[in-house]
Design a protein around this ligand. Structure first.
Ligand code: GSH
Length: 237
């Protein structure tokens, strides 16, 4: 198993089932899956592991394309995201210039920053990821410029000197290679898009694609699905 699992405390032999979510902040459906799994940490006997990866790399390696590249699917997606945001209670809003913000600008610098956080300050991984999603997928703000990334880090509570240091780390081979390695790991599990959720059960790994397959994930790991906002958890937003 890759470095991240080792860092997070070893293999998959504990009593809780390990569930990994491979995500990229450019992906709105990843945000939905991320928030719902964060809630289910309190309801299911799972150890949730965040695995920041690069969706562009997954698309390239598998020959896939973002769903909105098919115009009719793009139209449907707008409606779908609106409805899912309401149902999942996540404040997702489509950016005005979808192609500019999501396809053209992309998320490489943001995902490298998140990777640097994961490698050195993992306690900030969850809030930094969430704040970057808040920027691009809720407030229609940039996530590519250094000042945008630093602003998200500040909102997440990362001290400014530390955030500057992590930003400088994003151009190092260590960070670039780690993001590549996590992306390759997702591909090895069979990912072709995001969120890619991998559950480890009795030595076997099961891949689920999409924020809409978490009910099925629950069924496979023997846990009850209680809807996107289970009672024991409070939505964060
Ligand atoms: N039905 C899934 C859709 C997820 C989805 O469309 N994810 C995009 C990234 S935001 C993707 O990777 N799509 C690849 C594909 O549809 O083949 C859900 O509700 O989560």
């Amino acid at each position: 198993m890759a470095a991240a699992a080792a860092v997070a405390g070893g293999g998959f032999g504990g009593s809780k089932k390990v569930v990994e979510i491979f995500y990229d902040v450019v992906s709105p459906y990843s945000w939905l899956g991320f928030e719902v799994l964060c809630r289910y940490r309190h309801n299911w006997s799972i150890e949730l592991r965040f695995r920041p990866a690069f969706l562009g790399g997954i698309m390239k390696e598998t020959g896939n394309q973002p769903p909105a590249m098919v115009p009719k699917r793009g139209e449907y997606m707008k409606k779908d995201i609106e409805r899912m945001a309401k149902y999942y209670q996540v404040p997702l809003q489509l950016p005005k210039d979808f192609f500019g913000s999501v396809i053209r600008k992309g998320s490489l610098s943001a995902m490298r920053f998140i990777t640097a956080v994961d490698m050195t300050q993992p306690q900030f991984l969850e809030p930094v990821s969430r704040e970057l999603w808040m920027r691009i997928w809720s407030r229609d703000e940039d996530i590519t410029q250094p000042e945008s990334i630093l602003a998200a880090a500040g909102e997440a509570g990362l001290p400014s000197a530390l955030a500057q240091k992590l930003l400088a780390m994003t151009s190092t081979p260590e960070v670039k290679n780690r993001l590549k390695a996590t992306t390759e790991e997702a591909l090895k599990y069979g990912a072709f898009g995001m969120p890619a959720v991998v559950a480890h059960v009795n030595g076997e790994s099961h891949l689920f694609f999409g924020s809409d397959r978490l009910e099925l994930l629950g069924n496979v790991i023997g846990e009850k699905w209680l809807g996107p906002v289970p009672a024991a958890s409070k939505p964060r937003m």
